[in-house]
Ligand binder design. Structure first.
Ligand code: NAD
Ligand code: UDP
Length: 314
């Protein structure tokens, strides 16, 4: 059991709610900050009775003060339709949010972890992506508010570390899925499952040959916590993802089979700057964290389908 005061920004979101639950179960005191843009109280309502859990409505673009030992900075919309909905706000959340939380870490001497993303690699030319790859990112496209916001926050983390000695950790999360994803946030796993359950058309963007490597949420949370607990000399960035790569057509076929749905696949235009391929090299995570993903796609999809089945039948 550990007994730390831990701040989780974006704690009422998909990943944040799983992280809060896990840290709370380990005996820590949790402050969960969220402005409920893409997250909701419902995601953490099962934690509210625990007196070690505090839920605070707060926007990370403004400063927040509390005495804490660790900060997990997850606040930021993550699905393309949501982060493009107010692109300027997305950039503000990434940059001001990082600065405010880094300032707090500096004052309290807390260790702070940034939930960065595989999007820092953009539409990668190097494959699979190692942490030393600098990426191929469009600065002026519709995904740039998110990609460049996350890249700038990595820069801020490094500069607070070099200039002010702040204890930082940076993880680059690859596509993660699981229960408590917002069913309507437009990400591919939730879209396909919800469409299949409802018997609606499965919407593949482009010809479905683009790839992603999907990681189940429990694996991610384990990798994230292990990174936070490394000694101060390890700061990352470290890729946290499942290296098994699938095309979107393969994903659609798997979802159709696992849901025994009669939905048919339709093809819609590919959004601008949609990366063609994505696969993490996880050698660093294996070496430094002794971590690798344990839950493969079919098993994770089954758990996620069960969750959405229940949610949709409510
Ligand atoms: P999510 O949208 O479910 O969670 C984000 C949370 O942040 C939400 O609860 C939202 O309300 C909150 N938020 C947004 N702007 C805020 C603000 N200004 N102030 C306070 N709270 C704010 O998404 P998620 O999938 O849980 O992602 C969590 C983090 O992980 C994000 O930073 C995201 O960029 C990163 N990430 C996720 C994935 C993934 O596949 N899920 C991949 C790479 C990186
Ligand atoms: N995608 C799709 N159909 C959908 C939603 C997404 O084919 O209904 C595609 C999307 O174009 C992308 C991939 O699935 O190529 C992953 O999309 P997602 O938004 O989940 O994540 P990201 O593009 O940020 O990796």
């Amino acid at each position: 059991m550990s007994n730390k005061r831990i701040l989780v920004t974006g704690g009422a979101g998909f990943l944040g709610s799983h992280l809060c639950e896990r840290l709370l179960n380990e005996g820590n005191d949790i402050i969960c900050l969220d402005n409920y843009f893409t997250g909701c109280k419902n995601n953490v309502k099962h934690l509210l009775d625990n007196h070690s859990f505090e839920l605070v409505r707060h926007d990370v673009t403004t400063p927040y003060y509390a005495e804490v030992d660790e900060i997990y900075n997850l606040a930021c919309p993550a699905s393309p339709p949501h982060y493009q909905h107010n692109a300027i706000k997305t950039m503000k959340t990434s940059i001001y949010g990082a600065m405010n939380m880094l300032g707090l870490a500096k004052r309290t001497k807390a260790t702070i972890l940034q939930a960065s993303t595989s999007e820092v690699y953009g539409d990668p030319i190097e494959h699979p992506q190692t942490e030393s790859y600098w990426g191929n990112v469009n600065t002026v496209g519709i995904r740039s508010c998110y990609d460049e916001g996350k890249r700038a926050s990595e820069t801020l983390f490094m500069d607070y570390h070099r200039q002010n000695g702040v204890k930082i950790k940076i993880i680059r999360i690859f596509n993660t899925y699981g229960p408590r994803m917002n069913p309507y946030d437009g990400r591919v796993v939730s879209n396909f499952i919800v469409q299949a359950i409802k018997g609606e058309d499965i919407t593949i963007y482009g010809d479905g040959s683009q790839t992603r490597s999907f990681q189940y949420v429990d694996d991610l949370i384990e990798g994230m916590i292990r990174t936070m607990r490394t000694d101060d000399s390890f700061i990352g960035p470290v890729n946290i993802g499942n290296p098994v790569e699938f095309t979107m057509l393969e994903l659609a076929e798997k979802v159709l089979r696992l849901t025994t749905s009669k939905s048919k696949i339709i093809y819609l235009p590919l959004p601008q700057d949609d990366p063609h391929q994505r696969q993490p090299d996880i050698c660093l995570a294996k070496e430094e964290l002794g971590w690798e993903p344990k839950i493969q796609l079919e098993e994770g999809l089954e758990k996620t389908i069960q969750y959405f089945d229940k949610l949709i039948s409510l």
